[in-house]
Design a protein around this ligand. Structure first.
Ligand SMILES: Cc1cc2nc3c(=O)[nH]c(=O)nc-3n(C[C@H](O)[C@H](O)[C@H](O)COP(=O)(O)OP(=O)(O)OC[C@H]3O[C@@H](n4cnc5c(N)ncnc54)[C@H](O)[C@@H]3O)c2cc1C
Length: 478
């Protein structure tokens, strides 16, 4: 090819930006033009930090899981090492709302799974029957699972630890990350390490104990365990803005929704693909990568392959909203001595969870104030999102007040909505992903990756982007 290799990235969230950044390395030395097309006026997708009067509100993600290395490594590469912060050590606990009050989670849990007997015996969350049933995990033989088998988080945890623990503890903790329903989410797609743990150790309790021991010996860190989550001092937007500013040659276009991708005839000098951008010129590329939610890439690629479009559209997403409330510290009765609380679905309350933002992180509220986030929506909870912002903010205050007691004026209120932005890796998800990959393989130069595809969450988005950049780099290399 006598002209540069053209790569078009559709979507400018973490995945698209990390891909553009990684391509600058994997295509170094290859004449190339990388163009990132973002539908909205702002880069970052779900990642957005709103700062007002000293309150620092991360609308969507507030952090990433530290044990998955890709986001941390990228942050360090971008020069953000000194900006990284862990959760405040004294408040590293979570409450569960049950029976009208907050219960501290028993100590020694890993992914909600107990590793110590003492704290479990002491908790009021479970009856003696439920505690005994939980202990059976040490005896119940593992289910033999072939690689194609799948089951829900609730079924898996219920089988190992009993239904009460699945319903009240592990289910809400694991499915809460996805704003999903534990009865529908795939254990294999969301927590494959638990499936492996059952097969290897025959017991989740034994497996998590082994994991704790391994982590302790590896970390060798003095002064307590390292933070499970990492964020940035000035908020998560720093991650995406630094990524965007660091791009040297890639062309970034905002307000550029891609509406159609078409295959050009073999040997067309303009490239393999033509992209239609609303209100913009047509763009041509040899390689196109969708990094939008899957349904948003389905429409544009329908002209190329209707079966691929159907397979992308078959991935489910749910809507959520986060409501931020700032108070004078003295107006909140509870000490807010945790990162927040989770509300099991069986409580039938409108809220899903609350993050006590200024207890979880430093630098999030002005002096003498606290900042709290209330989550709404998710699987089976979307109806509450029909309320307007003022109603949702009022409901957040009422819900929060029921558990922590609030009085006085709300010093800061902000509502953020995430319309169909939370992927739901439902039972059978890996089969649906395999189907999409099969269809993509029929169209050289057409790719898809991103949130909820090969893993959810920021580290998985970075990992997928970097892996794909290597594939494109290998093919593009002369
Ligand atoms: C409320 C909430 C809280 C979360 N909390 C966490 C957390 O604490 N930790 C964590 O690791 N993860 C969290 N996540 C998940 C995290 O947000 C995602 O893993 C990550 O941000 C997804 O990045 P992405 O680039 O794949 O997708 P997105 O952020 O969805 O970006 C996709 C981009 O594509 C653009 N787009 C869509 N259609 C088109 C089109 N036709 N043409 C061009 N552009 C288009 C969109 O405008 C968007 O900017 C959270 C998600 C939500 C919703």
């Amino acid at each position: 090819m006598s002209r540069p290799l053209r790569v078009a990235i559709v979507g400018g969230g973490v995945t698209g930006l990390a891909l553009a950044h990684a391509l600058e390395k994997t295509l170094a030395g290859v004449p190339s033009e990388v163009c990132l097309l973002e539908a909205s006026p702002r880069l970052g997708g779900n990642v957005h930090t709103h700062i007002h009067n000293g309150f620092v509100a991360d609308a969507g993600p507030d952090s990433w899981v530290a044990t998955k290395p890709h986001a941390t490594a990228l942050a360090k590469e971008l020069g953000l090492e000194d900006e990284l912060i862990g959760t405040i050590p004294d408040n590293r606990r979570v409450y569960i709302a049950w029976g009208g009050k907050l219960h501290a989670l028993p100590e020694g849990l890993v992914l909600g799974i107990p590793t110590e007997i003492g704290p479990m015996l002491g908790t009021e969350l479970f009856s003696w029957d439920a505690k005994l049933r939980m202990a059976l995990d040490l005896l119940v033989p593992p289910r033999s699972m072939s690689s194609g088998d799948d089951e829900s988080i609730a079924a898996f945890v219920g089988r190992r630890l009993g239904e009460d623990v699945a319903d009240r503890l592990v289910g809400p903790l694991l499915s809460g990350i996805f704003a999903g329903d534990a009865a529908d989410l795939s254990i294999r797609a969301t927590f494959p390490q638990l499936v492996e743990a059952e097969q290897k150790h025959g017991s989740l309790v034994r497996a998590m104990r082994a994991q704790l021991r391994e982590r302790a010996s590896k970390s060798g860190e003095r002064g307590g365990a390292p933070s499970m989550f990492l964020s940035l001092k000035r908020g998560m937007s720093d991650f995406v803005t630094t990524l965007a500013h660091r791009l040297r040659d890639a062309v970034v276009v905002t307000d550029a929704p891609v509406t159609r991708v078409e295959a050009l005839p073999e040997g067309d000098p303009r490239g393999r693909w033509a992209l239609t951008v609303t209100h913009g010129d047509a763009r041509f590329a040899d390689v196109v990568v969708g990094t939008t939610p899957a349904y948003a890439f389905a429409g544009p690629v329908r002209a190329v392959d209707p079966a691929l479009a159907d397979a992308l559209a078959a991935l489910t997403y749910v809507s959520t909203a986060t409501v931020f409330l700032g108070f004078k510290k003295r107006d909140v009765a509870h000490a807010l001595d945790a990162t927040g609380f989770i509300v099991p679905r069986s409580m039938r309350r409108p809220m899903l969870a609350s993050t006590w933002v200024s207890s979880k992180w430093e630098h999030r509220a002005p002096s003498g104030h606290v900042l709290v986030r209330v989550f709404f929506g998710g699987a089976e909870g979307e109806r509450v999102l029909e309320r307007d912002d003022a109603e949702l903010a009022e409901l957040a205050r009422t819900e929060l007040g029921a558990f922590v007691g609030v009085s006085g004026r709300t010093a800061f209120t902000k509502v953020f909505r995430f319309d169909k932005k939370s992927p739901q890796p439902l039972v059978g998800h890996l089969g649906r992903v395999a189907r999409i990959k099969e269809r993509l393989a029929l169209h050289p130069g057409l790719h898809y990756c991103g949130n909820g595809f090969d893993g959810s969450g920021i580290p998985d988005c970075v990992k997928q982007a970097e892996a794909l950049a290597r594939v494109i780099g290998d093919r593009g290399a002369p």
